[in-house]
Design a binder for this molecule. Structure first.
Ligand code: ZN
Length: 119
């Protein structure tokens, strides 16, 4: 987390808002069945780096396959700005949809391909 910075982010309509401390030097483009359709760029943070500020009651949980991950999305605008899960080491993690962070120059990021087809 050497390049970790504080960001704010959320869904499109603004109901869901969060603060997060994340290192955007590591951004992942996953090829799993849902990411392939969503085109999300992810960064992963421990749950303690993430604070949901608004919209807990506006989130809908979508799960599939092994149902390990909680693909949360806003029930008003449909945008999934983060996903909750447990790391292989048993740590609570949050996957941040980097495209949903405020003021990010997405074109300047260097996404690393991730083979998530097993998820
Ligand atoms: Zn929304």
């Amino acid at each position: 987390m050497s390049d970790a910075k504080n960001y704010s982010g959320g869904c499109h309509c603004g109901q869901v808002r969060y603060d997060v401390t994340a290192d955007l030097s590591t951004v992942v483009a996953c090829n799993c069945s849902i990411c392939a359709k969503r085109g999300v760029l992810w960064t992963f943070v421990p749950a303690e780096n993430f604070a949901l500020r608004a919209g807990a009651e506006d989130l809908v949980d979508y799960q599939f396959n092994k149902k390990v991950l909680h693909h949360l999305f806003c029930r008003h605008c449909g945008v999934g700005s983060f996903t909750r899960g447990i790391s292989p080491k048993g740590q609570e993690m949050v996957a941040i949809n980097v495209r949903c962070l405020d003021g990010i120059d997405v074109a300047a990021l260097k996404p690393v391909p991730f083979d998530g087809s097993c998820l």
